[in-house]
Ligand binder design. Structure first.
Ligand code: WTA
Length: 677
């Protein structure tokens, strides 16, 4: 924990200036159809009923063997849920819906080019394709229960098919966001120990067919450098009979998935019944150090939690058409495009492209055409839609009963546009606060039960019991100001550990407020979320932003260290420091400061080289707003770079007292350079 949320100019600093808003109530029509309207729900999930209350969620699943122990704490703080139970995720998401709903749409895919038709996969079709793909993974790739496989794919139906095929075999998937670089993918392949990479030749974004396979070659090379051999690269094709990539297929390593699949036509694979506490997937996320963390999620607990929250918070009914516009490469896509909705037997919509391409009406045309009634996206997208087409939604004939916002704080003004214009003043909105680590929602209103409050995530969801601590471990109560928000109790969706690094898991998430490291009692292990928050008198939490070295760009988590080290690969760069800069659309963006090694001159070509390096190392989402080449960094006498001062400069704020720095003069120099004048 480097800086306190309240003193820094960061997301917290920005959000804390918002006022408490008036309640907005859900409509009677919404309440009449809502999955959850029982006012005793929070009591049913009270701490006195913990952990058995979560049986309600486990019972949304089909178990091959029912579990005997709700929560096993013997290896605290690595929690085990529903111990003794066996199940299969692909069986729960696909097979069990066949008897009554085999002809129902499971996935509807909207390609980016509007000249291409929507693709509808019924549950039966999904079943066939998952089975054939599972057969291929098992027999052609030799993958089996417990192996890891890395999937680096864009938003295409083959992505959830591949995930479900892995789950069918008990193979642990690690999906890497398609927009990440080959290098980022390679590091994740190495960390997870995957010897198979599943990728795609190309995909559409903003009207262009992008070459994606090129990243696979780089990824394999990086993984090799780190000591991980990749024996097979499976390449899905955007168009089955074409190969749209500049890079050659490597003989004996690269295979077109559709070619190999011909051998497996009609094959069925019995689901592998795995223990509830077996890992289902890894999801890498950014933390305080440069190395991304592989958050390991369980099978039974995770699926139960994704299903329970999809049912009660997303209010998904089997007959709904549900569209979450996130990318499956992030946790939101795992829980709330794939696993939650499919477990409930709903219809989930996937969109390949950008919601404002080719024009600001694109998203609303999809909603109209598919008659979407539940819509899910992030504040950064809402801001963009509002900016480029504030009046567009009114031109289309769709009706949302429910909408979600996720990933970053939403400004009340933007919330109100979302509600009034996108939701026609009728949709219930849930502002869902959670994390890659948590598997599912932590705070949100229960939409048929509790009023919305713009700018506040809401109370904790059933079964989650937050507590806000100050830096000394004293509880900050309602109305008491900002502090570090923790969760007092384990819950089934929580990740199990960091892949291969239990110590880091304990240190990062549990050590801070634990007083007895030997304790086997969950009460001694509050989970540190890494966010600052306030609690108001009515029990609503407002999330202010990260307290650690994480920047949340457009709702995508990036580690400051990752961006800084990407800057440092440029040979001329001596030091690099990144800060968050407030941005009208993206919430915050990285702003990069570098100093050069002796003998080098600042110029535009060098700035471009640094920006290119960041894009190459991480991906375009990490692109800095500016590269400021400075003569020296503001430093403390002990030599620590004062990011707080740089952050104030980037955001046009007062830098505060800098007289104690080792080099106070540099502050004014940088200020002039950045702010002009
Ligand atoms: C932030 C995304 C405010 C928070 C699901 C958290 C939010 C980080 C909200 C996790 C929200 C997420 N309001 N802030 N509704 N939702 N955050 O792991 O800082 O990509 O710690 O998971 O996003 O980002 P992650």
């Amino acid at each position: 924990m480097s800086e306190k949320a309240t003193t820094d100019v960061n997301e917290a600093g920005i959000a804390v200036h918002w006022q408490e808003e008036e309640y907005v109530h859900p409509t009677t029509d919404f309440i009449a159809q809502a999955n959850m309207t029982d006012p005793t729900i929070h009591d049913q999930f009270g701490l006195d009923k913990f952990p058995n209350c979560f049986k309600q969620y486990a019972d949304l699943l089909d178990w091959y063997e029912y579990w005997h122990t709700t929560l096993d704490t013997s290896d605290a703080p690595c929690w085990k849920w529903f111990v003794g139970g066996k199940l299969n995720v692909s069986y729960n998401c696909v097979d069990r819906h066949l008897a009554d709903n085999k002809n129902k749409a499971a996935i509807i895919y909207a390609p980016e080019p509007e000249s291409e038709d929507h693709l509808v996969l019924t549950y039966q079709e999904l079943y066939v394709r998952v089975n054939e793909t599972a057969a291929l993974l098992q027999d052609f790739c030799g993958l089996k229960h417990g192996d890891r496989v890395t999937i680096h794919m864009p938003m295409v139906p083959e992505l959830p098919i591949t995930m479900l095929a892995c789950a069918r075999l008990g193979v642990i998937h690690s999906v890497v966001f398609g927009g990440f670089s080959g290098k980022a993918c390679g590091e994740r392949i190495a960390d997870s120990g995957s010897n198979v990479l599943i990728t795609m030749d190309s995909y559409y974004r903003n009207g262009k067919l992008l070459d994606h396979k090129v990243k696979a070659d780089e990824a394999v090379a990086i993984a090799n450098e780190e000591g991980q051999e990749v024996d097979k690269v499976l390449v899905w094709q955007r168009y089955r009979d074409k190969y749209n990539s500049e890079t050659p297929m490597v003989d004996g390593r690269d295979y077109f998935t559709y070619d190999v699949l011909k051998e497996y036509r009609g094959k069925r694979i019995d689901p592998v019944w795995v223990p509830a506490e077996d890992p289902l997937f890894l999801m890498y996320t950014s933390g305080t150090t440069g190395k991304p963390k592989g958050c390991q999620h369980s099978t039974g607990g995770y699926l139960a939690y994704a299903a329970g929250t999809s049912k009660y918070i997303q209010d998904i009914h089997p007959e709904d058409v549900y569209w979450c516009m996130a990318d499956i490469g992030w946790i939101t896509g795992h829980s709330y495009i794939v696993y939650g909705p499919l477990t409930l037997g709903a219809t989930t919509v996937m969109f390949e492209g950008v919601p404002v391409y080719p024009d600001p009406g694109r998203a609303w045309r999809i909603a109209e055409q598919l008659d979407v009634n539940i819509f899910h996206t992030a504040p950064t997208t809402i801001r963009m839609l509002r900016k480029v087409g504030p009046d567009e939604p009114a031109k289309y004939n769709y009706k949302f009963k429910h909408m979600t916002t996720v990933g970053e704080p939403i400004e009340p003004e933007v919330w109100r546009w979302y509600h009034k214009v996108v939701g026609r003043g009728e949709a219930a909105i849930v502002d869902t606060w959670w994390q890659t680590e948590t598997g599912g929602f932590l705070c949100s209103t229960v939409p048929g039960l509790e009023p919305m409050k713009p700018g506040s995530a809401g109370p904790a969801v059933p079964g989650i019991h937050p507590i806000i601590y100050d830096d000394d471990g004293k509880e900050v109560g309602a109305g008491g100001g900002a502090g570090n928000i923790c969760i007092q109790n384990p819950w089934p969706g929580a990740f199990q550990t960091i892949w291969g690094d239990r110590d880091r898991y304990v240190t990062n998430y549990y050590a801070r407020y634990n007083t007895n490291p030997d304790s086997k009692d969950w009460r001694d292990w509050p989970y540190l979320t890494g966010d600052a928050a306030t609690l108001s008198e009515d029990g609503y939490y407002r999330i202010l932003g990260r307290i650690d070295d994480v920047i949340n760009v457009s709702g995508h988590r990036l580690g400051t260290k990752e961006i800084e080290s990407a800057g440092l690969v440029v040979q001329e760069v001596a030091e690099s420091a990144v800060v968050s800069m407030a941005d009208e659309l993206k919430g915050v963006v990285p702003d990069l400061y570098v100093s050069l090694k002796p003998g080098y001159e600042a110029n535009d070509a060098l700035k471009k080289k640094i920006i290119d390096a960041v894009i190459r190392e991480i991906g375009p989402i990490a692109k800095p707003a500016h590269v400021h080449i400075v003569r020296d960094m503001p430093k403390t006498r002990s030599g620590k770079i004062m990011r707080r001062v740089l952050s104030a400069i980037s955001n046009g704020k007062d830098t505060g007292d800098v007289t104690t720095l080792a080099n106070p003069d540099i502050v004014e120099e940088i200020q002039k350079m950045v702010q002009g004048g």
